[in-house]
Design a protein around this ligand. Sequence first.
Ligand code: FES
Length: 343
Amino acid sequence: MSDVVHHESSENRPAPAPIPHELRRTDIDARAARRAERQVATMFALSALFAVLFVVSFVGIDPEFEMGLPVIGTTRPLNIAMGVCMGLSILLIGTGAIHWARKLMPDVEVVEERHDFASSDEDKARLAETFGAGVEDSGFVKRPIIRRTLLGAMALFPIPLVVMLRDLGHDPDPAGSLKRTMWRSGMRLVTDSTHEPIKADAIPVGNLINAIPDGLVELEEEEGNLNERAKAVIIVVRIDPADIVSQQGGTAEEPWDYNGVLAYSKVCTHVGCPISLYEQRTHHLLCPCHQSTFDLADSGRVVFGPAVRRMPQLAISVDSEGYLIARGDFAEPIGPSFWEIAQ
Ligand code: FES
């Protein structure tokens, strides 16, 4: 074990006095050290056990099974089991490592004097020697039970992350489902806050409304499908038709807007942040994450920032009552551009 080294950091400013080293119980009592060793090993072993239990619950509990619990309400035991097992597995590796460091690893303060940045061969040799001594002192070599349980816990820890990939297999066409949203021809646009249908004529020029497809809330409540919202959310803006430079599709007779009301995806094409920062004078939509900026009066073109793809536009119209409706799904994938690559 190294001794405390005390030196002055400069001529004018003496280094603070070293903290006196107090021996811990595990430094002087071999039985206490062995007990701490067993405690650390137990935590690592339990961590590995919870990683295994995670896999068992993932495979063995019916994902559709629900039950009522006080305070929480109706919930799925699978989610609770997976969360508890994963949390305890991580927690026990962490607490085991902390307990090991506090009880068994050397806790002597060492002050290193700074010299020139380039190390001499002598220094390098001394560093290698110190590193070897540190490994020895840590007990990683001489405490095989801790070493083995730690390696076991670390080896099993990634397994829960791998088995969860199974959930990607439910969709026969996962890449395709990333490219589709629930928007369909004739589906009304409703506000994201009140779920009310939106009257085209009620939107003033310069306004922005966050909207979702009619029926999305029912899909979430009845079927527990929380994936569609991430893809289907849109923003609706009204721009003076004279200011619209271009649109992503449509014809002069049937443009994709309705009297200057335009709908765009709300999901940034850079890495998918939701956007609603709109500057009505310039018609620019600004993503708060990395400042990508899109011109909504010019086909959602990227005018600044790391995004490389325009913001996808949703073709809209109105129904017989004047409410905004979609004319189909997006013509191109929404969100980050790597979704396009997964074709
Ligand atoms: S996610 Fe929008 S700029 Fe990065």
